[in-house]
Ligand binder design. Structure first.
Ligand SMILES: Nc1ncnc2c1ncn2[C@@H]1O[C@H](COP(=O)(O)OP(=O)(O)OP(=O)(O)O)[C@@H](O)[C@H]1O
Ligand SMILES: O=c1ccn([C@@H]2O[C@H](COP(=O)(O)O)[C@@H](O)[C@H]2O)c(=O)[nH]1
Length: 253
């Protein structure tokens, strides 16, 4: 049976897109072809009635830690990283709207005249109307990452699942980019990720999900159709979380 003909398992999701993945084949910046593909895949979810919140990283432009290594003040670097996520969010909104998908950007850092300021209740109302909401500027605070922002916003808007779309196809026993013997997990509890110090996501993000029983799935965005397959109940990548968490909750959203 094709994914399209199956019913959705999740009503509202929070999808974290890798900033680095936006580069595609380029060394820096945004590849329009990648943007268009992401818009197409998000559009497929909207098409079957899934409410989609998005958080995009900034690794294709700036990361505070890397800027600090280059000699900048860390907080200034983190501010630059958060502004980078706003640029990515604008590019994503543009791609979504070119595909006729209603979308808005809400930034944790106020940027009057450019994007809306983050407002949880307005975000929930927009999601309920079927609009894609892109949460930009991370948490608005230095020393965090967009992984934590994704889990935070996912919990705040009462998403059923947080999805991390990244370069690798799940969580491994070690970084698969560095260790060819790393073994992939299909399922991990929050405490297993924390105890084993698996670095696919920052540990603050995992703690947030654990404390609020938010299930999390890590998968490869490059794998075409994986996103749609997940929302109809497919087992792509790695699921992190207690099996009986929000996945089994039913909401009238
Ligand atoms: N145990 C692990 N399992 C899977 N990936 C791991 C693990 N440890 C480290 N990694 C690395 O973590 C990376 C994903 O994390 P990271 O947040 O840096 O990337 P990203 O999703 O591309 O984020 P950004 O939005 O900042 O570009 C993977 O590409 C992988 O190389
Ligand atoms: O809440 C946040 C989120 C992000 N930052 C800074 O932005 C960059 C880019 O985000 P990635 O998650 O690495 O893609 C990050 O490295 C931080 O410097 C932040 O300060 N606070």
């Amino acid at each position: 049976m094709s994914s399209q003909s199956r019913d959705k398992k999740y009503k509202r999701i929070l999808l974290k897109l890798s900033g680095e993945a936006l580069m595609g084949g380029l060394g820096f910046g945004i590849d329009p072809k990648v943007l268009d593909r992401m818009a197409l895949e998000v559009g497929q979810l909207v098409g079957i009635g899934v409410q989609v919140g998005l958080v995009v990283g900034g690794g294709n432009l700036f990361r505070g830690a890397a800027l600090q290594t280059a000699g900048l003040d860390r907080v200034t670097g983190d501010h630059m990283g958060m502004l980078a996520t706003v640029m990515n969010a604008l590019a994503l909104r543009d791609a979504l709207e070119r595909s006729n998908i209603k979308s808005s950007v809400m930034s944790a850092i106020p940027m009057s005249g450019v994007v809306d300021h983050y407002d949880r209740r307005k975000a929930i109302r927009a999601l309920s109307r079927g609009e894609v909401v892109i949460f930009a500027a991370g948490t608005g605070n230095p020393f965090f990452t967009t992984d934590s922002a994704a889990c935070l916003r996912g919990i705040e808007v009462d998403a059923d699942l947080v999805l991390k779309a990244t370069k690798v196809d799940g969580v491994y026993s070690a970084d698969p980019m560095r260790d060819p013997d790393a073994v992939k997990y299909d399922y991990l509890s929050y405490d297993e990720v924390l105890d084993k110090k698996l670095e696919v996501m920052d540990l603050t993000a995992i703690c947030l999900c654990r404390d609020h029983k938010m299930p999390l799935r890590v998968f490869a965005m490059e794998q075409q159709g994986a996103l749609l397959n997940i929302v109809v109940g497919g087992e792509e990548g790695t699921l992190v979380g207690a099996s009986a968490t929000r996945e089994e909750k039913r909401h009238d959203k």
